[in-house]
Write a protein that binds this ligand. Structure first.
Ligand code: UDP
Ligand code: MG
Length: 319
């Protein structure tokens, strides 16, 4: 059953790029073949996220030769989430598809996304069934993160869903209304709701170049995501405090009874030391977690823009 038609509509492809010059020719080739015959107008919004290689120069040439290609060049490297945000802000299509420049999000899937959109789904996301192209450690850490996130957050991220998806204009407008600076897109995608459907696909390895995500960056990213969508790590300390207080009361009673029954005991230095160090450590951990939240609140309060644009290419007069 079709509830809406694609004819006359525009599809925006949003591609964040950081040092992707090696794979650009192949990317545009695949995008061309995947979008011909879709029966929609296409615009390709490329966001250059402060690349240090020839990405921007290559994009400039592309935009000059192909009127569907538009380029947003950021003033420096802001990170993928910010680049994606810049792309979503610039996209003007009725449907918007963010996808990676390294072809790990196969553009051929867009045809399937569109068909589901026509059936009335506002968000159609790709579900990675086969992540064998990622390293073992990456898959394990990712799996731990998803379990932790979905256990703690009220807005679970669908299992193995990435940023690759098709969104209706209404969803993009909803995302643009979210004022936060820390943009954990996967979480925001889930938070906005709407009618969502998943399409399974096997995730291929990177087509060219290398990933610019280190494990350190991934760890910070995971913390950003968790702190943005759950306050459980803050609340847990109330419980820890209550339990510790109860244990202390019980121990005090035990000591009193013991003194009354067997008389005064020689106090133990070692056990005292352990208790003091343990209590100190717990407090430091609690403080550190508090710090994670306070630091992020500081970032938000400063109200700095998520990204800065150095140049826009191919947007015409209204740019
Ligand atoms: N990317 C970006 N800014 C960055 C890092 C990455 O725009 O600071 C882009 C990158 O060019 C690619 C996408 O984000 O199009 C996904 O990056 P990558 O393939 O390195 O991540 P992975 O697939 O390893 O998660
Ligand atoms: Mg990749």
């Amino acid at each position: 059953m079709t509830v809406r038609a694609r004819t006359g509509k525009t599809l925006s492809l949003v591609v964040p790029m950081h040092d992707e010059a090696d794979g650009l020719a192949l990317l545009f080739e695949r995008l061309d073949s995947a979008t011909t015959g879709l029966d929609v107008a296409v615009e390709i919004v490329c966001v250059d996220d402060g690349s240090r290689d020839g990405t921007l120069a290559a994009l400039r040439d592309r935009a000059a030769a192909d009127e569907r290609v538009r380029v947003v060049a950021l003033s420096r490297n802001f990170g993928k989430e910010a680049a994606l945000t810049a792309g979503l802000d610039a996209a003007r299509g009725d449907m918007v598809v963010p996808l990676d420049a390294d072809l790990q999000d196969p553009p051929e899937l867009i045809a399937e996304f569109l068909a589901l959109w026509e059936q009335g789904y506002d968000v159609v996301y790709g579900v990675r069934t086969d992540r064998s192209s990622d390293s073992f450690t990456k898959r394990q850490t990712a799996s731990i993160f998803y379990r932790l996130f979905n256990g703690l957050s009220d807005y679970p991220i669908p299992d193995s869903a990435g940023d690759f998806r098709l969104m209706d204009r209404a969803v993009v407008e909803a995302l643009k209304q979210l004022p936060e600076r820390n943009r954990f897109m996967k979480g925001l995608f889930s938070w906005v709701g709407f009618r969502q459907a998943g399409v399974p696909y096997a995730r291929p390895p990177r087509a060219a170049g290398g990933t610019s995500w280190s494990y350190r960056k991934l760890f910070r990213f995971a913390l950003d995501g968790l702190t943005a969508f759950t306050t459980a790590p803050l609340r847990v300390w109330t419980g820890v405090g209550v339990v510790s207080a109860l244990l202390a009361v019980i121990w005090a009673l035990v000591l009193i009874v013991r003194v009354l029954v067997v008389g005064r005991d020689v106090p133990g230095y070692a056990s005292l030391m352990v208790v003091i160090l343990f209590a100190f450590a717990i407090q430091m951990i609690a403080l550190g977690i508090l710090g994670e939240y306070v630091g992020r609140m500081y970032q938000e309060v400063k109200q700095r823009p998520t990204y800065l644009v150095r140049e826009r290419i191919g947007f015409g007069e209204d740019a």
